[in-house]
Design a protein around this ligand. Structure first.
Ligand code: OAD
Length: 246
């Protein structure tokens, strides 16, 4: 019944935006952070995934990062990614705002993707800002050596760590997208990380309606028009099919 209600909302919408998190990639075999098996249930994120920690101890950072990188590199998009790509193809979905750095939305065919927490395509030297394609660094990373810049400092993948700023231009594009949306689909995110977790409320203030698809609770559930507590890889294809007949 919730999916049917959500499909009705989509059918009457002119501008739909999706906000996604790690939960859309768990069906692709990439673990999330705060789900029952999530990475942050075992370690404190600020201990590993901060710039401060990276600069102090790049080896510890890469020990945490290496298995995640390997999972991402061997992952393929799942039905949730493809459903969102189809919705964009139908001109219903205008943009995907994602906290994921795995690149799976683009691999599924999505074009307008704002990667607010960065990506793995390149790595940058925090000291001299030289940028290198991450794939060049893979042999070194896999041997357990933090890759280094020609200036001698360790290179950091271009993912946004806890104590770092979001890519400013992309954040403003994301804000503008939610301000112009009439429906926002929130999928696979706990909405615990600032400032991305404020985007649904900003959308609501500008008149958007929320559809939340998440197996766990979020602080916005009470303000959503529809809350679907089902695996995104099942719910999103059903939703898109019911809304567009695709
Ligand atoms: P979280 O791990 O915080 O939240 C993922 C949510 O998805 C949880 O509420 C899960 O219950 C839900 N979930 C998992 N698998 C699902 C599935 N197949 N179908 C439906 N729901 C599912 O991940 P994010 O919200 O993305 O930051 O976390 C935000 C940021 O915190 C991440 O970008 C990362 C992390 O620290 C950085 O790396 C900087």
């Amino acid at each position: 019944a919730e999916i049917k209600h959500a499909a009705d909302l989509l059918r009457n919408a002119r501008s739909v935006v999706a906000l996604t998190g790690a939960g859309v990639s768990t069906p692709s075999g990439i673990p999330d952070f705060r789900g029952p098996e999530g990475a942050w249930t075992r370690v404190d994120p600020s201990e590993v995934a901060s710039l401060q920690n990276f600069l102090r101890n790049p080896r510890a950072f890469y020990d945490w990062f290496r298995p995640l990188l390997d999972r991402v590199l061997s992952a393929a998009p799942n039905a949730a990614h493809y459903a969102l790509a189809a919705l964009e193809e139908q001109n219903v979905l205008k943009a995907i705002i994602t906290q994921n750095f795995d690149g799976l939305h683009q691999r599924a065919g999505s074009r307008e993707v704002y990667e607010l927490h960065g990506h793995l395509r390149t790595s940058t030297c925090p000291e001299c800002e030289r940028q290198i394609p991450t794939r060049v660094l893979l042999p070194k990373i896999r041997r357990g050596d933090p890759p280094r810049c020609s200036c001698g400092h360790p290179l950091k993948p271009d993912v946004v760590l806890f104590d770092e700023m979001l890519p400013r231009g992309l954040y403003w594009l994301a804000r503008r997208a939610v301000e112009h949306a009439d429906v926002i689909i929130v999928a696979g995110t706990s909405l615990e990380v600032f400032p991305v977790n404020e985007l649904p409320a900003i959308g609501l203030r500008h008149g958007a309606k929320l559809i939340i698809i998440n197996t766990g609770p979020t602080y916005m559930d009470g303000r959503a028009e529809a809350v679907i507590r089902t695996d995104v890889a099942l719910a999103l294809p059903q939703l898109v099919e019911q809304a567009t007949g695709a």
